[in-house]
Design a protein around this ligand. Structure first.
Ligand code: SF4
Length: 365
């Protein structure tokens, strides 16, 4: 606990808040990319410590929130097949596809299993050789190595009844998409990049983004002191007119990331365009299984059509929330028709979603 306590030290947090206030002379908008950071900002009330000129906006870094409805539709269609066991991480069960969610299909008798790691799905594939075990493999660069290793292991064991329904997304193209909007009212001036993603991928792929768009990108951790430290470093750069990639989380992130994990990713996956829920298609923003691993690709193996599905129109504005153009509390449905018990959109379903974080920590009625 000492390790955590050091990074939640109130005196250090106040000291950093004072340093941020002293440094800030102009209005800046800083986006934290990761849902885990959004969650910590809401939980520890960090925005209340910041000067009024400094706005934190919340980014698209919640994997559950950005998974598009057609992937859910595929998962739902698979879960309705008698030969399939559909494995998913828990939050995904409540995210709506274009009509229903996986929880509904499970209640109707579909074989949907909640798993906690890819190893759970592999164990099921060994246990049930007559069924096709499909793992709904979502997430950013952080979860992709685990899914890649599961495919490796399945190949090594000769498991032919295991496959992935892949919906991996990548952070840097999403930053580019957010920065393509040059509306001065909503322009993001600097980013806190997610430390766990950079622990895998390293710093290099953020450098072209920082250079091209003249934005500082500060690699930041997840505890309150980490986040305030990241904000401070970002403000120091902004006030000095610098736009660099800076590592404010050196206890976890090396400049080169994790070369072994990156090598596995490069071998098992290839880069592809991906649709992001609420945002739309972003070129080269996702991963899919490489041709050498096509036998483990549920979309190819089980002949799923790749047509985009329409988002259900329920008045949800999570697309604006996910790119920092709307605060959850500015959505008219927040806390009224939309609550964690009855979510209208993915950002209220996932515990990492900005709407759920605000509801839980900031504005619960
Ligand atoms: S509060 Fe609910 S309806 Fe509004 S944007 Fe968030 S998830 Fe969508």
């Amino acid at each position: 606990m000492k390790h955590v306590d050091d990074h939640r030290d109130p005196a250090r947090a106040r000291e950093l808040a004072r340093a941020i206030a002293a440094e800030t002379t102009r209005p800046w908008r800083i986006m934290e990319v990761c849902g885990g950071q959004t969650h910590a900002i809401a939980r520890f009330g960090l925005e209340e410590l910041l000067p009024p000129r400094l706005s934190l906006v919340h980014g698209p870094g919640c994997p559950v929130c950005v998974t598009p409805p057609e992937i859910l539709d595929h998962a739902i269609a698979l879960a309705r097949r008698s030969e399939v066991v559909l494995c998913s991480y828990g939050d995904m069960l409540r995210v709506p596809g274009s009509t229903v969610d996986l929880r509904t299909v499970k209640a109707e008798g579909g074989d949907v299993r909640v798993v906690y790691s890819p190893l759970d799905a592999l164990a099921l594939a060994r246990e049930l050789p007559d069924r096709e075990v499909v793992l709904l493999a979502i997430g950013f660069e952080t979860t992709a190595p685990g899914h890649a290793m599961a495919v490796y292991q399945a190949r090594r064991e000769g498991l032919r009844n295991f496959s992935l329904l892949v919906s991996h997304v990548l952070v840097p193209p999403a930053l580019e998409a957010i920065l393509a909007d040059d509306d001065p009212a909503t322009r993001v001036h600097g980013f806190l990049a997610a430390g766990h993603v950079c622990a895998i991928m390293g710093e290099a792929e953020y450098e072209p983004v920082a250079r091209r768009h003249r934005v500082p990108i500060v690699i930041t951790g997840f505890e309150p002191v980490d986040i305030l430290h990241g904000i401070h470093r970002c403000v120091v750069q902004l006030e000095a007119g610098r736009a660099e990639v800076e590592n404010a989380y050196p206890r976890a992130v090396r400049a080169a990331g994790n070369p072994h994990a990156r090598a596995v990713l490069d071998e098992v996956f290839e880069v592809t365009a991906r649709r992001w829920r609420g945002i739309g298609e972003i070129p080269r923003s996702g991963l899919r299984l490489a041709p050498a691993f096509a036998g483990f690709d549920a979309e190819r193996k089980l002949a799923l059509a790749s047509t985009p599905a329409a988002e259900p129109d329920r008045g949800c504005r999570s697309g604006l929330v996910l790119v920092g153009k709307l605060r959850p509390t500015e959505c008219p449905e927040f806390g009224a028709r939309c609550t964690p018990e009855h979510p209208l959109g993915a950002t209220m379903v996932s515990s990492e979603g900005a709407c759920a974080a605000y509801y839980r920590y900031r504005a619960a009625p």
